[in-house]
Design a protein around this ligand. Structure first.
Ligand code: TPP
Length: 346
């Protein structure tokens, strides 16, 4: 591969981030990848019933999350978004507690499906399993922010398959009519389980739909973490200035089957996969940092080892924690006044 000469000066400032943030992004991407890999292994070992992971989506997830204010902006992630919740501040230990359904899981006390995030301190909103339901919720939350005169932005994440759901259209239409501070962020990985994007929609870009609703749309390379950051940052600023909602489509690819229950060899070729492995967002960001003199190869290896250690620790910690008491199955099914506004679903 041809390498451009190091030119670190001003690169971070040009992107709108500090050198340290650009390196931290890489670390978050590594931890996200490691967590996802570990989840799939745990499933294969029979230690976790189900895993749905997001290898390949790290640039979309980490890049967009860096444009948000953790604990202030409202976030409705979907099941692949390990990188989003991690970059916002959920720890690897907490993610593992959730994945292994332990009592101390801050997302649901070990009572939700894996990757059904819900973390009040970080304003991460709980989700249901039906695809696309987060869109009207996001519009409603953004309406509340607007009515209260607060400058919070709401972001809803989803795959391109979710754009075929009625909820997607209702959410975008409502948000556009009321000019709500809401970002609809599509991680377009080209497949909805077995269905390729061509069978899901008659147009090439999800973002092209934006005009039909009267909102702004952007398509961005979803494997370029700095491009995703800049696009999301721009959308956040537009929302804060009262310019209404934005639809962002980040084009990417999932490097793994849909879930632990899927065999992707049935519907996509190994050659296609190999092409996308060459565009791995982790390698790409690492190269970017190295080319700009922001990270040496030795430091990159150190980052990798540190990420591995963090995930090993998270797993050992979570496995040693108790499972929820049987009686807790009835908690959080109906509204409980004493827990309203509390600091987590324990
Ligand atoms: C309403 C509804 N229909 C079908 C499903 C089953 N299902 C779960 S994930 C999924 C694919 C969603 O694809 P996409 O939105 O592109 O996200 P991706 O998994 O590709 O990241 C489907 C069909 C569901 N959970 N909810």
């Amino acid at each position: 591969m041809v390498r451009t000469p190091p030119r670190s000066e001003g690169v971070a400032a040009h992107v709108g981030l500090t050198d340290a943030q650009l390196r931290d992004m890489y670390y978050h991407m590594l931890v996200s990848r490691q967590l996802n890999d570990r989840m799939m292994i745990l499933n294969r070992q029979g230690r976790a019933a189900f895993a749905v992971t997001g290898q390949g989506h790290e640039a979309c997830q980490v890049g967009s999350a860096y444009a948000l204010r953790p604990g202030k902006d409202w976030v409705l992630p979907y099941y692949r978004d390990v990188g989003v919740v991690l970059a916002l501040g959920m720890s690897a230990r907490e993610i593992m507690l959730h994945f292994l359904a332990r009592a101390d899981d801050p997302n649901s006390g070990g009572r939700q499906m894996p990757n059904h995030w819900s973390y009040p301190r970080l304003r991460i909103i709980t989700r249901g399993s039906p695809v696309g339901t987060q869109m009207p919720h996001a519009a409603g939350i953004a309406l509340a922010s607007k009515m209260r005169g607060e400058d919070d932005v709401t972001i809803a994440y989803f795959g391109e398959g979710a754009t075929s759901q009625g909820d997607f259209h209702e959410g975008l239409n409502f948000a556009a009519i009321h000019k709500l501070p809401c970002i609809f962020f599509c991680e377009n990985n080209g497949y909805a389980i077995t269905e390729s994007a061509e069978k899901e929609m008659p147009i090439k870009n999800v973002a092209d739909r934006a005009r039909g609703y009267g909102l702004r749309g952007h398509t961005v390379d979803g494997n370029d973490v700095t491009a995703v950051y800049q696009t999301t940052r721009m959308a956040v600023e537009d929302c804060r200035r009262g310019r209404g909602p934005v639809l962002i489509e980040a084009k990417t690819y999932r490097l793994v089957p849909h879930s632990s229950s899927d065999d992707d060899r049935r519907y996509r070729t190994r050659e296609e996969l190999a092409e996308w492995i060459k565009r791995d967002p982790l390698d790409r960001h690492r190269l970017y940092l190295e080319e700009h003199g922001l990270l040496t190869s030795a430091e990159a290896e150190e980052y990798k080892a540190r990420a591995e250690a963090e995930v090993r620790d998270a797993l050992a910690y979570a496995e040693a924690q108790p499972e929820p008491e049987p009686e807790s199955v009835y908690r959080h099914v109906f509204f409980e006044p004493e827990s309203a506004g509390g600091g987590g679903a324990r």
